[in-house]
Design a protein around this ligand. Structure first.
Ligand SMILES: NC(=O)c1ccc[n+]([C@@H]2O[C@H](COP(=O)([O-])OP(=O)(O)OC[C@H]3O[C@@H](n4cnc5c(N)ncnc54)[C@H](OP(=O)(O)O)[C@@H]3O)[C@@H](O)[C@H]2O)c1
Length: 284
C-alpha cells in the first residue's frame, strides 16, 4: 500500500513514521502541504496517488484554539474538508484522527461511538464539525478518536511533570478531569492495523484504563522514582482559556469490533519512560 501521512512532523505523525513498516509511507508537514490551501492539498494527493491518507495534522493547542477560533476552524475543519474532498476525487481511503473533546464530559460512563457529539470548547467544536463534514464527503472514511496523547517528539504531560518534579517538592494537578492517557507508539500500531483491515466508521482508540490528571501525574513521578508530592487541585482553581470536559473516557468496544485492544496506560507509560531514557542517553 502507499500511505500519505499528513501531519508527519507532529507527535503522532513521528510515531506513525517510525512504526509503519512494510508499506510505502510518504510523510508531509505543513511546509510541504498546508491543508488550509486546497490547491496544495489536491497537488500532494494527485501526485502521490495514495491508497490511504492519514490525516494527523491539526491545530492542537486547545487554549490557542479558544483564543484564535478562525485559525482553529481553518485548519481543523476546513483543512480536513479539503483533504477529504481531494481524497474523494482520486479516490483514496482516508483515516481522520479526532479527539475525545468532541464530547461534553457529562456522561458518567465511557463514551461509545454513537453518543452524540456536544463539544464545549473551540478545539472540540472544530474537530466535531470536521467529523460530520468528512463523513458526508467520504461515507466510508475512518474516524479514529483518541485522547491525552504522550510520546516522544512533542509537548506531552509526562515530560512537563518530570521537568517540574526535578525542581520542586510539590506540584498541584487537577483531579476533576478524567480521561485515557494514550501512548503515540501504541496508537500508531493500532492505526496501521486498522488500515490493513480496511477499517471504516468511528473507532475509539486509547490505551486501556482511565484516570484523572492527578492520578496520571502520581504514576509518572512514582515510575520515575521522584518523591515530589502531587497535590490535587480543581479546574476552578486552575482556570485556562478553554473549558475541558470533566469525563472524556472513550469505550474500547469499537476497537474490539476490529479485533484490536490496547495495553493499560500504566504499562505504556513505563515503555515511554524507558524510550525517553534511551533517547536522553543517546543525545548525551
Ligand atoms: N495531543 C493530544 O493529546 C491529542 C488528543 C486527542 C486527539 N489528538 C489528535 O491527534 C492528532 C495528532 O496530534 P498531535 O498531538 O500529534 O499533534 P501535534 O504534535 O500538535 O502536530 C500537529 C501536526 O499538524 C500539522 N499542521 C498544523 N497545522 C497545519 C496546516 N495548516 N497544514 C498542514 N499541517 C498542519 C503540524 O505540521 P508542522 O509541524 O509541519 O507545522 C504537525 O505535523 C491531531 O489530529 C489531534 O487533533 C491529539
Amino acid at each position: 500500500m502507499r500511505i500519505l501521512l499528513i501531519g508527519a512532523t507532529g507527535m503522532l505523525g513521528k510515531a506513525l513514521l517510525r512504526k509503519w513498516t512494510g508499506d510505502e509511507v510518504i510523510g508531509l508537514g505543513s511546509a510541504q502541504a498546508d491543508i488550509r490551501n486546497p490547491q496544495q492539498v489536491e497537488k500532494s494527493i494527485s501526485e502521490t496517488k495514495p491508497d490511504w491518507i492519514i490525516l494527523a495534522a491539526a491545530y492542537t493547542d486547545v487554549d490557542g484554539c479558544e483564543l484564535n477560533p478562525q485559525l482553529a476552524a481553518a485548519v481543523n475543519t476546513r483543512g480536513a474538508v479539503n483533504v477529504a474532498t481531494a481524497a474523494a476525487r482520486l479516490p483514496a481511503k482516508m483515516l481522520f484522527v479526532s479527539t475525545d473533546y468532541v464530547f461534553d464530559g457529562k456522561k458518567p460512563s465511557p463514551y461509545e461511538i454513537d453518543d452524540p457529539r456536544n463539544p464545549i470548547n473551540v478545539y472540540g467544536k472544530t474537530k466535531a464539525e470536521a467529523e460530520e463534514r468528512i463523513s458526508r464527503i467520504l461515507p466510508e472514511c475512518s474516524i479514529v478518536r483518541t485522547s491525552w496523547l504522550f510520546g516522544p517528539g512533542g509537548k506531552c504531560f509526562p515530560d512537563t511533570i518530570l521537568r517540574l518534579a526535578a525542581g520542586r517538592k510539590e506540584i498541584d494537578v487537577v483531579d476533576d478531569q478524567h480521561g485515557c492517557p494514550t501512548y503515540t507508539f501504541d496508537l500508531a500500531d493500532s492505526i496501521v492495523r486498522l488500515c490493513r483491515s480496511g477499517a471504516h466508521g468511528i473507532i475509539h482508540c486509547t490505551n486501556e484504563g482511565e484516570c484523572s490528571w492527578h492520578e496520571f501525574a502520581c504514576e509518572i513521578v512514582r515510575q520515575a522514582g521522584f518523591d515530589t508530592k502531587i497535590k490535587p487541585t480543581s479546574s476552578e482553581k486552575y482556570v485556562r482559556p478553554a473549558e475541558r470536559p470533566r469525563y472524556s473516557v472513550l469505550s474500547a468496544s469499537s476497537l474490539a469490533r476490529w479485533g484490536l485492544g490496547m495495553r493499560p496506560w500504566q504499562r505504556s507509560l513505563s515503555a515511554y519512560l524507558a524510550e525517553r531514557t534511551r533517547d536522553l542517553n543517546t543525545a548525551s
